[in-house]
Write a protein that binds this ligand. Structure first.
Ligand SMILES: *[C@@H]1O[C@H](CO)[C@@H](O)[C@H](O)[C@H]1NC(C)=O
Ligand SMILES: *[C@@H]1O[C@H](CO)[C@@H](O)[C@H](O)[C@H]1NC(C)=O
Ligand SMILES: *[C@@H]1O[C@H](CO)[C@@H](O)[C@H](O)[C@H]1NC(C)=O
Ligand SMILES: [Fe+2]
Length: 478
C-alpha cells in the first residue's frame, strides 16, 4: 500500500468512525439532510434515435414487451406488447424450457387515438395457472417473433424471502437510464413503480411517440420481471384544449393491472400478494374521501390482509403523505387525513411514494390526533405507524427537487436530492433489509440503509426491547 493511499484509507476510516459516533450520540430523532450534490447529466430526454429505444426491424415484430402480475397470489402474469403495422394475433406461447413452448394463451388487442396520434396495436394476454417459483420461457409474435423469460414468485408464505425494487418518476433521460441500469444490477425481482412513467404528456401534441419510446426503454427489465404499476399525475393527461377529456386514457390502454383479482372496480387501485408481502396500490388522483369507490375498496382490502400469511404490508401511492421538500409541499395532506388512521390501525410496514424528485425517509410517526378544534397538530412518534419513503428520484426531464425546508422536521429521518432507486429485501417474517441506492454508487458517500422489523410479527414477540426501528444508516456505506 502506498503512503498516500494508506493515509487516504485511514482518513476514510476515521471519517466513517466519526460519522457512526456522531450518529449514535445524537438523539435518535435527529434526522440527516445529506449535503451530497451529484454531478448530473442535463435533464433532457434521450433522443428518439438512441439505442435506448431501439425497436426490432420488422415493422410488425412485437415491441414494448412487459409483464405485470396477473392475479392475487402470483400464479399468473399479464404480458403486454405493441405491434405497429397490424394487429396480428394476440397469442403467447410459453413453456418450461427455452425454444420449447408447449402451451399458449390468447389475449386481446386495443388501440386508441390521442389528438392526432394513432396508437399501434396494444396486446394484453393473461397467462395463468402457473407454478410458483418456476422459470418460464415465452414467445410472442407470429412471423418475426421474440423470446423472453420470467420467474414466478415463491408460494405465499410468511417466511418467503423476496427482493423488490422501488422506482418512481422515471422518465426517459440519461439519468433515468442510469437509474434503470443500477436497478437491473441490484438483484430486485419485481419493481414497485410509484407513478409518473414516461413524462410523454410534456410533449402534448405528439405524446404517443414518447409513450412508445418509454415502453421500449423499460423493456430490458419489464419483459423479464413484473412491474407493479401505480399511476401519477403525468398519467392523467386531461387536455380539454386537445379534445382529450378522459383521464388516464393512454395509460389505461397501455398498462394493465390485476385489479379484478382483488375485487377492485378500477385498474388504478388494487392489491396483490407476492411471497411474504401484501401490496396495496392506491391512486392519488382518483376520489378517495369517505364513501367513494376507492375508500370503500381499501376499507375491505385492509380487512382481507392476513399477516399470518403475508407479514409485510406495503402501500404504494404517487403523492407522499409526509414530505419536507418545497416541491409538492403538503399535496398529500388530503389523503393523509382520510387514510392515515387506517395505516396506523392495520400497522402498515411501509408506504412508498414518488412525485417529489428527491429521496426522503421518515421515522414511524403519525398525526392522527389532529383536531382543528383543540389545535393539536403535530406528528408524534408512533410505534404502530408506517415508515414513509419518497423515491420520486428516478431521473425524469423535470430535474431534481433540490430545496428541502430549511430545518429538517422531527419526523424526517434522512433526505437527499439525488437520483436513485430503493431495494427492499424481505428476509423472513420479522426482518427486512432496506436500502436506497444513489446512482453515483461508485463513490464512498453515505446512502440510506435500514433494517426494518415487521410491524405485526416483531410486536407479537417479547424480544421487542429494541427500538421499533433499528437504524444502520452510514454503517453499510463504510
Ligand atoms: C383501431 O384499429 C382498427 C383496425 O385497424 C381501426 O379500424 C380503428 O379505427 C382503430 N381505432 C382507433 C380508435 O384508432
Ligand atoms: C377535539 O378537541 C375538542 C376541544 O378540545 C374536544 O372537545 C373534542 O373532543 C376533540 N375531538 C376529538 C375527536 O378528539
Ligand atoms: C430472520 O432474518 C434475520 C436477518 O437475516 C435473521 O437475523 C433472523 O435470525 C431470521 N429469523 C429467523 C427466525 O430465521
Ligand atoms: Fe408526479
Amino acid at each position: 500500500m502506498s503512503r498516500v493511499s494508506g493515509l487516504r484509507s485511514s482518513l476514510f476510516r476515521f471519517l466513517c468512525i466519526c460519522s457512526v459516533i456522531a450518529y449514535s450520540v445524537t438523539d435518535a430523532k435527529a434526522g440527516i439532510t445529506s449535503s451530497f450534490v451529484r454531478s448530473e447529466w442535463p435533464s433532457t430526454d434521450i433522443p428518439l434515435d438512441d439505442e435506448a429505444f431501439i425497436v426490432p426491424e420488422d415493422p410488425n415484430a412485437p415491441q414494448q414487451v412487459r409483464i405485470t402480475q396477473g392475479d392475487y397470489d402470483g400464479r399468473a402474469v399479464i404480458i403486454s406488447w405493441v405491434t405497429k403495422a397490424d394487429p396480428g394475433r394476440s397469442v403467447v406461447f410459453y413453456g418450461l424450457s427455452e425454444h420449447q413452448y408447449d402451451h399458449h394463451a390468447l389475449g386481446y388487442v386495443k388501440n386508441y387515438t390521442f389528438y392526432n396520434y394513432k396508437s399501434g396495436y396494444i396486446h394484453h394476454c393473461l397467462v395463468d395457472g402457473l407454478e410458483h417459483d418456476t422459470k418460464y420461457y415465452y414467445k410472442i409474435g407470429t412471423g418475426d417473433s421474440r423470446e423472453f423469460w420470467f420467474e414466478t414468485p415463491p408460494e405465499i408464505d410468511p417466511d418467503a424471502p423476496y427482493t423488490f425494487g422501488i422506482i418512481g418518476d422515471l422518465g426517459q433521460t440519461y439519468n433515468s437510464l442510469s437509474t434503470l441500469e443500477h436497478y437491473m444490477r441490484s438483484g430486485g425481482k419485481t419493481v414497485l413503480f410509484v407513478g409518473d412513467l414516461s413524462y410523454a404528456d410534456r410533449y402534448e401534441y405528439d405524446n404517443g411517440v414518447r409513450w412508445d419510446s418509454w415502453g421500449q426503454f423499460v423493456e430490458k427489465s419489464a419483459a423479464y420481471q413484473p412491474w407493479i404499476w401505480a399511476a401519477g399525475n403525468h398519467e392523467i393527461e386531461y387536455q380539454p384544449h386537445l379534445g382529450e377529456t378522459q383521464p388516464f386514457k393512454p395509460f389505461l390502454h397501455r398498462y394493465t393491472t390485476p385489479y379484478l383479482a382483488s375485487k377492485s372496480s378500477s385498474p388504478l387501485w388494487y392489491a396483490i400478494r407476492r411471497a411474504s408481502a401484501h401490496i396495496i396500490v392506491l391512486s392519488s388522483y382518483s376520489p378517495f374521501v369517505k364513501y367513494t369507490p376507492q375508500w370503500t375498496w381499501l376499507h375491505g382490502e385492509l380487512k382481507r390482509v392476513d399477516r399470518e400469511k403475508t407479514p409485510w404490508l406495503i402501500v404504494l401511492m404517487h403523492v407522499p403523505l409526509y414530505n419536507s421538500n418545497e416541491a409538492h409541499y403538503m399535496e398529500g395532506e388530503s389523503m393523509r387525513v382520510v387514510f392515515e388512521s387506517w395505516f396506523v390501525q392495520y400497522k402498515v410496514d411501509l408506504v412508498f411514494a414518488g412525485h417529489v424528485h428527491a429521496y426522503e425517509r421518515s421515522y414511524r410517526i403519525s398525526n392522527i390526533n389532529y383536531n382543528i378544534t383543540s389545535g393539536d397538530r403535530y406528528p408524534v412518534p408512533d410505534k404502530s405507524a408506517p415508515v414513509y419513503i419518497t423515491v420520486g428520484d428516478g431521473g425524469n426531464q423535470e430535474g431534481l427537487a433540490g430545496r428541502f425546508t430549511n430545518l429538517q422536521p422531527d419526523y424526517s429521518a434522512f433526505r437527499e436530492a439525488s437520483y436513485g432507486h430503493s431495494t427492499l429485501e424481505l428476509k423472513n417474517r420479522t426482518h427486512a433489509f432496506y436500502r436506497w441506492n444513489r446512482n453515483d454508487d461508485g463513490k464512498q458517500v453515505p446512502t440510506d440503509s435500514v433494517q426494518f422489523h415487521n410491524q405485526y410479527w416483531a410486536s407479537n414477540q417479547k424480544r421487542r426491547k429494541h427500538r421499533h426501528l433499528r437504524m444502520s444508516s452510514h454503517i453499510a456505506s463504510c
